[in-house]
Design a protein around this ligand. Structure first.
Ligand code: ADP
Ligand code: TPW
Ligand code: MG
Length: 560
């Protein structure tokens, strides 16, 4: 090799990513990273160009969740970077591994606030919202910088990492020889975290003393890809389980031991609860209040030691990665050591049946116009025949009803608003899932929720992705406005035709206002595997304010 041959920062970044098995970049092009995107594409990486950085970031984040490899989002400096930050913060909050790579302006100008194009002190802006933030100031540090970003994103509790690439570093040249030597191939970036054997026997002892044990599976358990270990542990011990929303499908929702249909009863009556990759945050009422009983004791399996005792004292913490931890529990488990009582299993079965019967009445009604239950029953029945399909879900009523009604049968197939209850993940998650999952995606979207990332339907059409969007169109946030009244803070244009947006970019639009046409449109669209949007007309009065979390919505004490 000619030792005086030169390369530059752009090439080195692409080389560093490729060396570490990264094959896809989600981004929005512009100064100073346009050539980075071009070069990445030319060098065989898949570059997916978006219409807004937040969606690109959401696609990267969900790709990270699904693959355990950091999803890469590429943005321009200043506002482009900030647009991507919501996705990075959301990834960190949800424990998804991703790396936001942004180009940045001239450091000297930024630091003296002399007014550069898209000037922003990006690394410091990113810090509070990221698991880690790094800036590369010398081209020969690109290899080590990328390696540090990968380790930070996927090790321990995964999260969002910011990687700042100055325009100067990207354009800087150096000798090929020096450049090659500076690259780093990471070894074991997400090492197993083996739990202390003492913590395993403590957990098994507590469970052996339990009469009414319950397992709660969270999205950490889904992320861990310990599907076999978890299923074996649940089936061997006979402990009933409850999936958090994105853990649905880890064991199929129709599994006999699932007590999702008796959720409040199960949580309220359990004497020992095993949390597997689920935090005791607002989604579980912090382990307090009317849902929980005061005497409940906990086993908590989590990779993050500081998650323990966050809301309630944990009698038996098991700190480690879920695959190793559940494996260790199984290895140490003695036969018949854990015995949920027959009374407990009977009571759960009875509550479950009662709630299923009660729900069946609502699901089988077929009102005109459709409400959430009737439309979702149609969606549920179509999806039951295609367990391989990804389900993306956001909205208020649309989210809460769909979570309860649509059964999942395979792990990591349900992707939703998650820990923040955020709107705007819909199209980004759908695109990310379609790309890394290589299966059709059905996005069940509130009409408000859809609007946050709706322009990405052009992206979906451009890349011919098998994404089918069902817009639950009730004309607003929670409810629609009465025709002829001035717009309220929550209302939209009544009778909007979201299906026509999809047609504008070459996708298929469907407009449906009864369950039969919804069933047909959705089955056809999944079969076709092409971009489609089903505008699903829902009674504008059917929803309730804040969906199922009205208790979190403060109301003016003065309003009448
Ligand atoms: P959910 O919203 O489904 O209840 P959370 O996001 O609140 O789930 O909790 C996920 C938890 O899983 C986090 O506390 C995180 O530290 C943990 N976690 C993520 N990956 C792993 C893993 N591989 N092993 C153990 N714990 C993990
Ligand atoms: C980033 C607040 C929570 S739910 C929601 C909003 C705006 C939309 C609900 O209406 P939608 O669903 O989607 O039509 P439905 O079926 O009840 O009519 N901004 C962000 N995140 C959140 N959570 C909000 C605002 C919100
Ligand atoms: Mg709505």
């Amino acid at each position: 090799m000619d030792s005086s041959a030169m390369t530059d920062g752009f090439h080195l970044v692409v080389d560093a990513l490729k060396l570490n098995g990264i094959d896809t970049i989600y981004g929005v092009a512009g100064i100073p990273i346009t050539d980075l995107a071009r070069l990445a594409q030319a060098e065989g990486l898949r570059y997916v160009g978006f219409r807004h950085e937040q969606s690109a970031g959401n696609a990267a984040a969900i790709a990270g969740y699904l693959t355990q490899k950091p999803g890469i989002c590429l943005t321009v400096s200043g506002p482009g970077f900030l647009n991507g930050m919501v996705a990075l913060a959301n990834a960190t909050t949800n424990c998804f591994p991703m790396i936001l790579i942004s180009g940045s302006s001239d450091r000297a100008i930024v630091d003296l606030e002399q007014g550069d194009y898209e000037e922003l002190d990006q690394m410091n802006a990113a810090k509070p919202f990221a698991k880690a933030a790094f800036r590369i100031n010398k081209p020969q540090d690109i290899g080590i910088g990328v390696a540090r970003a990968i380790h930070a994103a996927v090790s321990g509790r995964p999260g969002g990492v910011y990687l700042d690439l100055t325009a100067a570093v990207l354009g800087a040249t150096l000798e090929v020889d020096t450049a090659q030597k500076s690259l780093v191939k990471v070894v074991d970036p997400a090492p197993r975290q083996i739990p202390d054997p003492e913590s395993i026997s403590r957990a098994l002892d507590l469970l052996a003393s339990a009469k009414r044990p319950l397992i709660i599976l969270g999205k950490g358990a889904a992320y861990a890809q310990a599907d076999k270990e978890i299923r074996t542990f649940i089936e061997t011990t006979g402990i009933p389980f409850l999936p958090m929303s994105m853990a649905k499908g880890l064991l199929p929702d129709n599994h006999v031991q699932s007590v999702a249909a008796a959720r409040s009863f199960a949580i309220g009556q359990a004497d020992v609860v095993v949390l597997i990759g689920a935090r005791l945050n607002w989604l579980l009422s912090h382990g307090k209040g009317p849902l929980w009983s005061e005497g409940t004791q906990y086993v908590q399996i989590d990779i993050s030691p500081t998650e323990i005792d966050s809301n309630r004292p944990i009698a038996a913490p098991v700190v480690g990665d879920i695959k190793s931890a559940v494996g260790a529990l199984l290895a140490a488990l003695q036969s018949d050591q854990i015995q949920p009582t027959a009374a407990w299993l009977d009571a759960l079965a009875q509550h479950k049946q009662k709630n299923i019967d009660r729900m069946a009445a609502r699901l089988n009604a077929d009102p005109n116009p459709m409400n959430f239950s009737s439309a979702l029953r149609a969606v549920r029945d179509v999806l039951a025949r295609r367990p391989d399909v990804y389900v993306v879900n956001e909205g208020a009523n649309t989210l809460d009803f769909a979570r309860n009604i649509i059964d999942m049968y395979e792990p990591r197939k349900r992707l939703d608003s998650g820990t923040w209850g955020i709107m705007g993940i819909g199209m980004g998650y759908a695109i990310g899932a379609a790309i890394v999952g290589d299966k059709p995606v059905v996005a069940v979207e509130g009409d408000s929720a859809f609007g946050f990332s709706g322009m990405e339907i052009e992206t979906i059409c451009r890349y011919h992705l098998p994404v089918i969007i069902v817009v639950f169109n009730n004309g607003g946030i929670y409810q629609g406005d009465k025709i002829g009244t001035p717009p309220s803070p929550t209302g939209f244009v009544p009778n909007a035709r979201y299906d026509k947006l999809m047609e504008a970019f070459g996708g298929t639009g469907h407009h449906v206002d009864d369950t039969l046409s919804l069933t047909k449109a959705l089955s056809d669209a999944i079969e076709a595997g092409r971009p489609a949007l089903i505008n699903c007309v829902i009674d504008p009065t059917a929803g309730t304010e804040s969906g199922h979390i009205q208790s979190l919505n403060p109301k003016s004490g003065l309003s009448k």
